[in-house]
Ligand binder design. Sequence first.
Ligand code: HEM
Length: 412
Amino acid sequence: MNKTGHDDGYLNLLSHDSFANGVPHRTFDRLRKEDPVSWTDGDNETKGFWSLTRYADIALANRDSQVFSSAQGIRLEDQSHEEYLARKTFQETDPPEHADTRRRVNPQFAARPIAAYEPVIRTLATDIVDKAIAQSEFDVVEAIAKQLPMMMLGRILGLPDEDLHFLVEKGDALIGNSDPDFTSTVIDKMDTSAYRMMPFRSPAGMDLYDYAANVMAGNVKLDKTGVLAQVLNAEESLDELEFKNFFCLLVAAGNDTTRYSIAMALYLLSQHPELITRLKSGDCWDTCADEFIRLASPTMHFRRTATRDYQLHDKLIREGDKVLLWFVSGSRDEAVFNNPHLPVLDRKPNRHLAFGQGGPHVCLGRYLAKLEVQVVLQELVRRITVIEALEEPEWTRSNFICGVKRLTVKVA
Ligand code: HEM
């Protein structure tokens, strides 16, 4: 499978290079089988950590935020308390503090208000797909997968269209901080300590902070019905730092994740042509988005920190240890899913973990993401019979977010 870092089942999960050719599923398959609570040593930059790779263990830890806390950081990077406080969003808090903020943003992202966006999503998707297939060959990520999430982020947040390219570029640099295609300050290749107080330890965080400050100061023309205007005008609004970090979280979380899910769906359609026929039959639209997102699982892990010593299977996790919940592995656990590596478009039930289900931090944007994936596929398969990959896909270089970042195709 790999051009470099061949996945022999023993790749080092600390190294971003282990993911540069796609998710090392052989390694995860082996870990689930042989070493489900596995330890990875750290290096000069990052302390060592535990990896949970089985569905049941991830679900257990995700539920128990008293023992497996989000309040000391949610990514692998070690943060001082000062850095944690500077960059904290509600995702980096535990109940009850977490619930207090989340309830203020939940209503706008609930299933019903999101369903009301379907006509807008369809109009945008139709336009995007028409433009893409008018070209004889195109990069599915640039032409399709990237476009819809970016436009919908603008609609939901209430931001002007002309600012979206800038925001998406900055969001890419945040979340892709280990991939030289997305940032010039690659986190494991250079000294990024100057940015340690910025989201994702990235200079792009500073640009997004400045933009958020302009939003707060009224210098950005906001749609009054959008999430940002509602949050700012609410009786219990967020303070300045909370707002800036909330803004960065939404730009980072709502964009690349959905892009990589759509890109994975398009890649799979190119690898399994029969899926297009199946989608055209129209009998699996309710279930297919979840299945594509299960297989994409773009945010591969989130971290927790043990608040006390905890015995799990034969391993003793010590208080203060970092514990990674590998949702990407749990969602392919053969103990829960038949044919876990194959797309089964009518899979039901499909209790995958790609959205961090079962815990207090379950993805805020899941209804939006699923609707976008579904609608863009509907509009695409209405117009094509074949999608042919003209090259191997290129994957993001990151042990946090994984996805197809480039794939040239031709459609018929
Ligand atoms: C397929 C697309 C997506 C995937 C796979 C995904 C994945 C996830 C995961 C795994 C979590 C749990 C994090 C944790 O356990 O700490 C999460 C949380 C979150 N997601 Fe998503 N996400 C997606 C799309 C979106 C979108 C479209 C938005 C917003 C527009 C969004 C906003 C958030 C926010 C704000 C949180 C934090 C929730 C909290 O801490 O209570 N996500 N997402």
